[in-house]
Design a binder for this molecule. Structure first.
Ligand code: F6R
Length: 602
């Protein structure tokens, strides 16, 4: 989703902005722009499409300070006029913005009569408002910005410059992520540490409703009334090599391949020297104190919640309910007396989940965030955090985060179960079972050529497909179908195998691809019955089965793993199915249309 990068006091400002924007590309965007000042003249450059197109327009653009933006359209189409940065009426003030201003039309009506707007964005209204207060009403830049911040409602991360003053960038945030990066004799601002990691690993957090005055040699944090706030910096653990593609053609393939390593990293992170599972005792107690766990998440993370439900229930003896964050934000169901909310989020920034967390905090409901990003908003604002240790996930389609989420929740379930004396938890040798999972994934990954050939045969020209499974395999089918549709644009549904005949089987016709998942010894035979039903109606079937239930005729056979962990190994061939189907269609695997990696708007 939209990204911001800014730098003050560095003669390479243009390069830093372009490189920073390139690092934000993975988040998804449709246009981009930069404003550079502090050189012989000021430059505003915008382009629709990729950063390469923006970069091609920056010959001769030089300065010491600048702000840049990747835009994912919300208000108005992806055009150069709508691309950020936006300028005030006199073009003196220049602003980039992530988020959504809820009252922008009211502001336009109430304050900006007679102003001329180039595009349709809420951001342009915000910068006109700041410009009006400074130029028409005679306030200082800081006072004008503060006055505007008191009026603007909604989510935002703003970076503002005065084109007459290259010494300072003003930033403010509410509900949208923004960080300060501390350089040697210069400073940066950014919506994602990833865009600054080349320059610095020293960061400073900004909290909601704070305004920061960023100069080359100083960073001053204030609240909107001008009171100073102390803020310490911290060192980020990101490594530049983590965010490179290496020799891989696509991040997605790299991230699929990293999954065995991620399983081993999780073992390291959640065990002590004697191999005992270790989870923060405060988190164990939070689960013990709860009479019901509510998992809130979106998309792939929501599917990881489903895949972990049975394991959590059986090992912690606590019922688990799932909620789609965007639904719960506007309507909480009747909750149990002692709920615990678990937020699963790769990015830790998903606006829908955050909306629920804000409500949970208001209601005094204890919360745990399971995330890949330390210091992310959901991590900071929940009572507890468990990290995924998956390393940065850059491809828009989530792969290693999904498998890491289930594995991390397995550590939680095991730790709580052991503390409660749950017999199943005691018998569940998680470390050993996860090493088998890692080996199983490795052996699937060694079959890429076979999988690619089968995918070519099954999916090369189809417009639609189905995944079916029962029990845990149904949950994997949901995730497998999301993966396939989001990057290959093949319309795909994940179905509970037995449910198909209650209506949807009407869509099966000659040649319709049906991919069946089989891991459970009790349920596999029933799913095989459903396979017969679709095959009899002309479906082309591909079966993915664990060895313990496999037949000679199955297409892809996986090493058997512990049933609680089967979603981790079963999903891997389906990730490869999505990857190859996309590749065969000549599409960009890492950057599917219309999608963003970090969904920071509602
Ligand atoms: C799909 C995908 C999305 C995310 C969803 C939630 O591959 O990645 O469905 O899972 O947008 O994002 P997080 O996990 O960052 O909260």
């Amino acid at each position: 989703m939209c990204g911001i990068v800014g730098v003050v006091g560095n003669t390479n400002a243009t390069d830093i902005l372009i490189q920073g924007l390139e690092k934000l590309e993975y988040r998804g965007y449709d246009s981009a722009g930069i404003f550079v000042l502090g050189g012989a003249e000021n430059h505003l450059v915008k382009a629709v499409g990729r950063i390469a197109e923006l970069s091609a327009k920056t010959a001769g653009v030089e300065g010491t300070t600048g702000i840049g933006h990747t835009r994912w359209a919300t208000h108005g189409k992806p055009t150069e006029d709508n691309a950020h940065p936006h300028r005030s009426e006199t073009e003196r003030f220049v602003l980039v913005h992530n988020g959504v201003i809820e009252n922008y039309l009211e502001i336009k009506e109430e304050y900006l009569a007679g102003h001329h707007f180039k595009g349709q964005t809420d951001t342009e209204i915000a910068v006109h408002l700041i410009g009006k207060f400074a130029e028409e009403d005679g306030l200082s830049v800081l006072e004008a910005f503060k006055k505007a911040l008191h009026i603007i409602r909604g989510s935002y991360a703003f970076a503002l410059v005065d084109s007459q003053d290259p010494e300072v960038i003003y930033v403010a945030k509410n509900k949208s992520p923004l960080l300060i990066g501390l350089g040697q004799d210069y400073n940066m601002v950014c919506s994602d540490a990833m865009a600054m990691i080349r320059e610095t690993n020293q960061y400073m957090e900004i909290h909601d409703q704070e305004l920061v005055i960023v100069k080359a040699d100083s960073v001053e944090v204030q609240d909107y009334d001008g009171n100073s706030r102390e803020r310490a910096s911290y060192t980020a653990e990101l490594d530049l090599s983590d965010i490179g593609k290496g020799t891989y053609p696509y991040y997605m393939l790299k991230e699929i391949d990293e999954q065995p390593t991620v399983m081993r990293k999780l073992i390291q992170a959640y065990t002590d020297e004697s191999g005992q599972v270790v989870v923060d005792p405060a988190i164990i107690k939070a689960v013990q104190d709860a009479d019901r766990i509510y998992i809130l998440a979106a998309g792939t993370s929501y599917h990881a919640g489903f895949a972990s439900k049975k394991m959590l229930e059986e090992l912690t003896d606590t019922p688990v309910e799932l909620g789609i964050s965007s639904e719960w934000g506007y309507g909480m169901p009747l909750l149990s007396k002692k709920p615990l909310f678990i937020f699963i989020s790769q990015s830790g920034e998903t606006a829908d989940s955050r909306q629920v967390l804000v409500k949970a905090n208001e209601m005094g409901i204890p919360s745990l965030t399971v995330t890949n990003v330390p210091g992310s908003t959901l991590s900071r604002e929940a009572n507890h955090t468990m990290l995924l240790h998956a390393g940065p996930e850059i491809a828009v389609a989530s792969t290693k985060a999904y498998t890491a989420q289930i594995a991390a929740l397995a550590f939680l379930a095991k730790a709580v179960g052991e503390a409660n004396g749950n017999a199943k938890a005691q018998a569940f040798d998680l470390v050993h079972e996860l090493s088998i999972v890692a080996q199983s994934i490795e052996s699937t990954l060694s079959e890429k050529e076979t999988i690619e050939a089968k995918v070519r045969e099954l999916l090369e020209t189809t417009r639609n497909a189905f995944y079916i499974g029962r029990g845990q395999d149904y949950y994997v089918a949901m995730e497998a179908s999301l993966k396939l549709k989001e990057i290959s644009y093949i319309q795909c549904e994940g179905f509970a195998a037995g449910e198909l005949k209650h209506g949807t089987i009407a869509l099966i016709e000659e040649g319709t691809p049906v991919l069946a998942l089989l891991s459970d010894p009790v349920l596999a035979n029933h799913t095989r019955g459903n396979i017969q039903e679709v095959a009899a109606r002309g479906a082309k079937v591909l079966t993915i089965a664990e060895e313990n239930v496999a037949k000679d005729t199955d297409d892809i056979v996986l090493t058997t793993v512990h049933p609680y962990l089967s979603p981790i190994s079963m999903v891997v061939p389906t990730q490869l199915v999505a990857y190859f189907a996309t590749l065969h269609r000549g599409l960009d695997v890492d950057k599917p249309r219309n999608l963003a990696k970090s969904v920071t708007v509602e």
